[in-house]
Ligand binder design. Structure first.
Ligand code: AMP
Ligand code: GLY
Length: 430
């Protein structure tokens, strides 16, 4: 049967999904709030619409006779877009609103882990009363992470002892108008992501990736949606062992068992600590940037995964090209606190050279491609080693020019990767 896939979302992550699907026999349609030129070129049709409006997405799916759908962004999942598409008979690789709470409600997420005794849950408490939260901070012996319960695009967390003092954290809690927050034990170690494909109670995992959340080089500045990421030719990363990777996969497997009926990507954000693997959070979708590290090295046809999920068949075992990847985002000047939009983006697939180019939150107009206030585009090097992959990405970035843009050049460079290895060795007392 000829499949028609509707892709929801217009960022770098969705461009990577579009490219993975374009390598299969599927006919692709896409919808997003911005016109992403990379996706538009791969798709048979591209509709600009509000992807948090389930009726609008469903109506476009009807128009194009979609047989499958993939949802990229969490906001669409939180808005019940998967519910609307499933109800319309379009199997959607992405959880319905209720199941997406594993990402969209951090208080639910922690309680769920505790209730199901999923390993790796830090000590936590949830608060609706912000003054009680401040008292808890005063009384707690050690550092805490302050996490708004709802979605904040990865920008709402404040870690005491890392990003702020206890006094600043209390000020932050009092000044923001969050209804509910989670206070949890600060985890110390190295972070990594594993994304799993989940359907029919099965889990298929992908290589570990390390994202860089901080805005500036040397891990300085505010948290962002992610400035870039790397993965190695192995399943694990250079600062961890294969058995630590497997421990994190075990956490994902126990979570899938407890979730019962989950479908879509389950993204585990882990902290490797001296006390083993801990869960920083779960997401209900591919990571952005991590999808751009993972999908280019996926040897298995992504459409086959989607079809097996829908048909309630066994998901294919995944194969990966044993290659390292380095992804670097170009973001607008001032991102994330005071982003300046409107710079022209001149890079295209040809000038990106050996690197893969993924457009993100840019807007294609009649006279060119322009930045918005979110991340603009990413380049990805794929090679035998992280070092070579980084050089490929860097070459593409320098060809793109940085007028009105900012890049973290340090991502994937040998120095920074070595710092991660040294950090873990130091924590382990080696
Ligand atoms: P999140 O929005 O949950 O992804 O959190 C954003 C970032 O805050 C994470 O990537 C971590 O770097 C940091 N973070 C979240 N929770 C903790 C924690 N319990 N301990 C230390 N850092 C954390
Ligand atoms: N890269 C972090 C995220 O997608 O949430």
């Amino acid at each position: 049967m000829e499949e028609t896939v509707l892709l929801v979302g217009g960022g770098g992550r969705e461009h990577a999904i579009a490219r993975a699907l374009s390598e299969s026999a599927a006919t692709l349609y896409a919808c997003a709030g911005n016109r992403n030129p990379g996706i538009a070129r791969l798709a048979e049709g591209f509709e600009t619409l509000d992807t948090t409006n389930p009726t609008a997405v469903r109506s476009y799916a009807d128009d194009v006779d979609a047989t499958l759908a993939v949802i990229g962004p969490e906001a669409a999942l939180a808005a019940g877009v998967a519910d609307a598409l499933d109800e319309a008979g379009v199997y959607t690789f992405g959880p319905q609103e209720d199941a997406a709470r594993i990402e969209t409600d951090k208080a639910f997420q922690r309680r769920f882990m505790k209730q199901h005794e999923i390993p790796g849950c830090p000590d936590f408490e949830t608060f609706d009363d912000m003054e009680a939260a401040c008292e808890y901070i005063d009384d707690y012996d050690g550092d805490l992470a302050v996490k708004p319960a709802g979605l904040t695009g990865g920008k709402g967390v404040r870690v005491i002892g890392d990003q702020c003092t206890a006094e600043e954290a209390k000020e932050y809690i009092r000044d923001s108008d969050y209804d509910r927050i989670v206070l949890e034990e600060r985890l110390v170690g190295e972070e990594f992501t594993i994304q799993g494909f989940v359907a029919n109670g099965q889990l298929r995992v992908t290589p570990a990736v390390q994202d860089h959340k901080r805005a500036y080089e040397g891990d300085e500045g505010p948290n962002t949606g992610g400035m870039g990421a790397y993965s190695d030719a192995a399943l694990q990363l250079p600062f961890m062992s294969e058995s630590e990777y497997n421990d994190a996969v075990d956490v994902l497997r126990e979570t899938v068992d407890a979730l019962d009926g989950y479908k879509g990507v389950l993204y585990g954000q882990f902290m490797l600590t001296t006390d083993g693997i801990k869960v920083v959070e779960f997401n209900a979708r591919f990571g952005d940037p991590e999808a751009m590290n993972t999908l280019p090295v996926l040897g298995t046809n992504f459409l086959d995964v989607l079809v097996a999920a829908r048909e309630e068949e066994s998901l294919p075992q995944l194969s990966f090209q044993r290659q390292a990847t380095v992804c670097k985002y170009a973001v607008p000047d001032g991102y994330p606190t005071d982003p300046q939009s409107g710079a022209e983006v001149t890079i295209d697939e040809e000038s990106a050279g050996e690197a893969l180019l993924y457009y993100a939150s840019v807007d294609e107009r009649d006279d060119g491609i322009y930045t918005t206030t979110s991340r603009s585009f990413a380049v990805v090097g794929v090679a035998d080693s992280i070092t070579e992959a980084e050089e490929i990405a860097e070459e593409a970035i320098s060809a793109a020019g940085e007028e009105g843009l900012r890049v973290r050049h340090d991502i994937g460079k040998p120095d920074l990767v070595q710092q991660r290895i040294d950090h873990m060795a130091e924590l382990r007392g080696e």
